[in-house]
Design a protein around this ligand. Sequence first.
Ligand SMILES: Cc1cc2nc3c(=O)[nH]c(=O)nc-3n(C[C@H](O)[C@H](O)[C@H](O)COP(=O)(O)OP(=O)(O)OC[C@H]3O[C@@H](n4cnc5c(N)ncnc54)[C@H](O)[C@@H]3O)c2cc1C
Length: 432
Amino acid sequence: MNQVSEHIVIVGGGAGGLVLATLLGKRLGRKGKARITLIDNSLTHVWKPLLHEIAAGTLTSDGDSVNFLSHAKDHHFRFVQGEMDGLDRHNRQILLAPVRDEIGDEVVPARSFDYDKLVIAVGSTANDFGVKGVRENCVFLDNHHQADQLQQRLLRDFLRAEMQPEPLAPGQLQIAIVGAGATGVELAAELHRAARSLVAYGLDQIDVEKDIGISLIEAAPHVLPNLPERLQKATENQLEQLGIKVLTGEQVTEITKDQIRTKSGNTVNADIKVWCAGVRGPMFFEQISGLPMNRVHQIEVDETLKVVGEDDIYAIGDCAACVLPGSDEPVPPRAQAAYQQAYALAATFSTGSAKRFVYKDYGSLISLSYSAVGNLMGNLFGKVMIEGMLARLTYLSLYRKHQLSLHGLRWLILNVVATLFMRGTRPELKLH
Ligand SMILES: Cc1cc2nc3c(=O)[nH]c(=O)nc-3n(C[C@H](O)[C@H](O)[C@H](O)COP(=O)(O)OP(=O)(O)OC[C@H]3O[C@@H](n4cnc5c(N)ncnc54)[C@H](O)[C@@H]3O)c2cc1C
């Protein structure tokens, strides 16, 4: 008799979910031991730590994306495009919103989808903390569509400034970023580079030093609030050298169409305002009843990554609140954590016995465009601070590691060689 194999459904094909689907496809799907389905609201995967480069135009989202349908075919799992907007735990079904085209017409109606085991890996969004005017007036950097939109807006604003006969208005070509965590800092440095490259491509009516301004606003006393003091200082120095205005200890209270206002009474004029502060679970989690959540709407999981109180539901990555025994702090919302959780859960599903997740912090690296700063943690040397080219190369190797886990060594080598050959045939910046 043909036994129907277990159906494992993963929702969210990001830094954690796509790695998990790939591992399970190879270990279980290929041998018919389980059916693996990945559901994502997008048709392509872009590694989230690249978003600041896509927003700045120094990288293109099509060049560095993975097509879910073709990746699924090659790795023995099924891909379904859909946006989860609810969960029926009793009937083991996830609910998917209708799929709509660019003009809002319904392409696929709302559906439900059966699972035996469910892994929620839908990532996080920035947290607006209820600050007035954020949703209406800020750009977010939560997914590659938003990163593409920011790139288009920057290009358009620069072209307009180049063509206009009258002098620049206050705030024009001024960019303010709220939140100086890794995302905000990396975006500020990348935009600094992109603005200079754009002008170098011939927009010579714009005076780089006088006309373009980038401000980084942070409520904590230093940038990178969760990282060691040495790293904070090194980063602040480098940002200062780039001419980026760093405003720390400034809590934003309101954002209007052209201004950012802070509690101390400061105002920052800016045409483009990017909100990069805080991390919270996606909005639709508020409609899911019965799953345990922390105060920023992340799903509480135990040390095996199973949702507390549930038998068949797991959560990994940014959307999971995982406080490991012996620690007071949750596992941080980082790509390296999502990646390690994907490996731990793959081991649980492929061996059939629950594997305890142990988080290994390999340190933090912050890209400052041409350069980087960071610390590495290892058994041999303890904690080592690195800067400059070495830090930059180590930072670049993190993405290569992600690609290795998705595509294997042969693909990676070919891709590195192809990238080297393609360099010089394309402009440094996306100019369309
Ligand atoms: C600019 C930037 C720089 C960063 N740099 C670093 C770094 O240097 N190092 C580091 O460790 N971390 C970094 N991070 C953080 C890192 O990107 C995240 O921690 C990591 O991507 C989380 O992985 P994830 O799998 O939980 O979610 P994600 O990678 O965000 O993936 C979530 C997936 O779920 C899909 N999805 C979302 N909602 C739904 C839904 N309702 N239905 C279906 N699918 C859905 C999305 O399309 C996406 O594919 C950075 C983040 C940003 C924004």
